[in-house]
Design a protein around this ligand. Structure first.
Ligand code: ADP
Length: 326
């Protein structure tokens, strides 16, 4: 998702913008307020994001997550509030999606060449798949809420790529709330949370991308305020062998990249972490199950399928509360 055109306004209440890098991706912040605070706010935002990176990064060798991944089986591992919360939310989404979402899918992700090990883009053989499979399964993570510890009861590694960006958005939004900023747009790696309105009274506008590689165009524009939105798509990160596309979203049941017409899932809810996790879960599930679960979980969901006749759209009933501008 991207922010669609911030209009420029004059007067004291202007939209201020700043950008940066975090969690292996870029972020952008817009807020309505004084320009001379940009430096101070950016510093604050960077420290929030840095804290989350130190905790959840797969790429920083010493991150809390990697220390957990290196920790032995059977030993309770104490987690920070940030990490414990995200892992707990991920486990809930795993249960509700009956394993479509699984933060222990990392060995499979890596095997398919989308992990930190920079494996080449080749289709793995059966023996490799079986071996990776043995290391996957979220139910081998035992959560203890009282002590904030997680115990692996079998070899497991966690990958929070499908939920950490959303969590980062929530934490930055909370930071801006604490500064009494009443209107903002927070975006980290395409996931967003928006509050209040622009100075001219309009809602913020979110652009849903055309789900095609390289195109980068805007498919729909959605006015949105006081909500979070996350989009999962397989049009950006994939590889091709013999004309067949292999997505970075893996179905933990089959061990294979997802392979169905659903190409874009947007989820709107209050928490960006939850929206982010569900977007990936629904991407795995495919259109029918995604829509069923959206009703059950009361989520506003917008799906795009790519068919021979072009794009086809689906909405959950809660999505009727929202109206596209284009
Ligand atoms: P998108 O770019 O579509 O928003 P994300 O970057 O949010 O996707 O998440 C994709 C990443 O999530 C993958 O690169 C992988 O690390 C991880 N992942 C893949 N399949 C699953 C799954 N079934 N459950 C949880 N995480 C997954």
């Amino acid at each position: 998702i991207m922010a669609a055109t911030g209009c420029s306004v004059s007067g004291q209440d202007e939209i201020q913008t700043f950008y940066g890098q975090a969690l292996g991706t870029s972020y952008s912040i817009k807020y309505v307020g004084e320009k001379n605070k940009v430096g101070k706010y950016q510093h604050g935002v960077n420290s929030v994001l840095d804290r989350i990176d130190q905790s959840m990064s797969t790429y920083l060798k010493k991150s809390e997550l990697n220390r957990f991944n290196d920790a032995p089986v059977g030993e309770p591992f104490h987690m920070s509030d940030d990490l414990f919360y995200v892992v707990s939310q991920a486990q809930i989404i795993s249960e509700k999606s009956v394993g479509a979402f699984d933060i222990t899918v990392e060995p499979l992700v890596d095997l398919w060449g989308f992990g930190p090990s920079d494996r080449p883009d080749i289709v793995p053989d059966k023996a490799e798949l079986t071996k990776a499979f043995d290391m996957v399964g979220y139910s081998a993570l035992q959560m203890d809420t009282a002590t904030h510890t997680v115990t692996k009861i079998a070899p497991r590694e966690i990958d929070l790529s499908a939920i950490a960006k959303g969590y980062a958005v929530d934490k930055v939004a909370e930071y801006l709330d604490s500064l009494n900023i009443s209107a903002y747009l927070v975006e980290v790696g395409g996931e967003m949370r928006l509050k209040g309105k622009k100075p001219n009274g309009d809602s913020w506008r979110v652009a849903i991308e055309t789900p095609e590689s390289g195109a980068g165009g805007i498919y729909r524009i959605l006015p949105l305020s006081d909500r979070a939105i996350a989009t999962s798509g397989d049009y950006r990160n994939y590889f091709e062998v013999n004309g067949k596309r292999y997505s970075h979203t893996i179905d933990p049941k089959t061990g294979f990249p997802i392979d169905h017409p659903l190409v874009s899932v947007s989820v709107i809810t209050d928490s960006c972490a939850i929206a982010d996790g569900w977007a990936t879960a629904m991407m795995v599930l495919g259109t029918r199950s995604a829509l069923e679960l959206a009703e059950k979980e009361q989520l506003a969901v917008f799906l795009i399928e790519k068919t021979a006749d072009g794009f086809k759209e689906y909405k959950s009933s809660l999505f009727d509360n929202y109206e596209f501008k284009r």
